[in-house]
Design a protein around this ligand. Sequence first.
Ligand code: SF4
Length: 183
Amino acid sequence: MGRPATFVRFAGCNLRCQGCDTDQKAHWQMSLPDVLAKIRGDRVVITGGEPTMQMREFSELISLLHSHGKEIHIESNGTNPIAEEILKKIRYAVISPKRCSDFHLNFWASKENVHLKFVMGTAPWCWTSSLLEPYLPILDRCRVWIMAYGTDQEMMGARDAWDLAMKLGINYSDRLHIRLLKR
Ligand code: SF4
């Protein structure tokens, strides 16, 4: 967060989270060389929607960027496990499980370059302290983050999320894109 990067957003998602901050309708088609030509700098974040919905293109893009020496980060809801040979080309994968989905927690928890991000709140797909705590014994707390739900700049749950992170010994993540981009 806060470091310069080119964002590549794949269109579409297999989940429909209430309050999703991504426009799921806007999209256009690009070839892999077209995408490569648009990349600025050495750091690329591949996100969505859900990028693994287009697993072949997602995997090919990662291999292409890796062959060009790019530092690759991805964001995913974790519903589609990524092949080992692709995962190892990724610097950090941020997996944000939604509680009503099949998120393969044991798979992701076993990968050292995977960080798990849980969005806290009252929406049906969000997490609460009591829902999250049973999973903590199988997770490496250094790679677990919580973030407050919120699509407006007030970020009303941010302080509660921070307090909970301190109590559980895990990490807090802010929503910098919301604080800065909607002004
Ligand atoms: S998984 Fe992410 S992109 Fe998909 S609907 Fe939920 S918040 Fe939006």
